[in-house]
Write a protein that binds this ligand. Structure first.
Ligand SMILES: N[C@@H](CCC(=O)N[C@@H](CS)C(=O)NCC(=O)O)C(=O)O
Length: 216
């Protein structure tokens, strides 16, 4: 059955799902939801009926709609195990998941669209204030992530071990977000090195925001 991804080109959580799909060589139908147009297509009743959280991505497959990018990645990993995004041992798998969650739970939510919109509209911050907020929380998260790479990378080219994992799937979209707020990677040379390597891989290139059909 067709894999259908509800996505937005600039959404970093959608970017994670796109990397996982491309890495596993899976064809999918892309259904763009524009997050800004007319107050956001993700907030329309027909989309909320699919995903009550009003977030992209969501993956439709085999009669279910799966929200949450990491749940999507884990589903793909279970249904389409090759090539794997998780290492073999339970301990290593837990460590990779911990790195993925460090981005997905502790960095990304603080610079998600609705949070930035609230800072601007309700708390009176201008563009500079909003960007400063985003830079602060990304930098704080990257400080720790740099140490995790130092501890767990096997080759300085991947976040964990010597092959692509779920940790890489989460890091690259977060780096894309950091660029949008002019955060230079110079203080985090390990993150910069891993990023340079991963962005050269076909699956990561295919998933890039500016390679998406809905990019404007
Ligand atoms: N934890 C969720 C986060 C999803 C998320 O925050 N998506 C953003 C785009 S990156 C979104 O749809 N934002 C819409 C909004 O804030 O209204 C996941 O990993 O899928």
């Amino acid at each position: 059955m067709t894999l259908r991804l509800y996505t937005y080109w600039r959404s970093s959580a959608s970017y994670r799902a796109r990397i996982a799909l491309a890495f596993k060589g899976l064809e999918y139908e892309s259904v763009p939801k524009h997050l800004l147009r007319d107050g956001g297509e993700q907030r329309r009743p027909e989309y909320l009926a699919l995903n009550p959280q009003g977030f992209v991505p969501a993956l439709e497959h085999d009669g279910i709609v799966i929200p949450q990018s990491l749940a999507i990645c884990e589903y793909l990993e279970e249904r389409f195990p090759e090539p794997p995004l998780l290492p073999a041992g339970a301990g290593d798998r837990a460590l990779v998941r911990a790195m993925a969650l460090a981005v997905a739970c502790d960095i990304h939510p603080l610079n998600n669209l609705r949070v930035l919109q609230y800072l601007r509209s309700d708390l009176g911050q201008d563009d500079a204030g909003v960007a400063r907020w985003a830079r602060h929380w990304i930098a704080s998260g990257f400080d720790a992530f740099e140490q995790l790479i130092a501890r767990h990378s096997g080759d300085g080219r991947h976040c964990f071990g010597e092959s692509v994992t779920l940790a890489d799937v989460c890091l690259i979209p977060q780096v894309a977000n950091s660029r949008r707020v002019q955060l230079d990677l110079a203080p985090w040379p390990r993150i910069a090195a891993v990023t340079a390597q991963l962005e050269s891989l076909p699956a990561f290139a295919a998933a890039r925001p500016d390679a998406q059909p809905d990019a404007d």
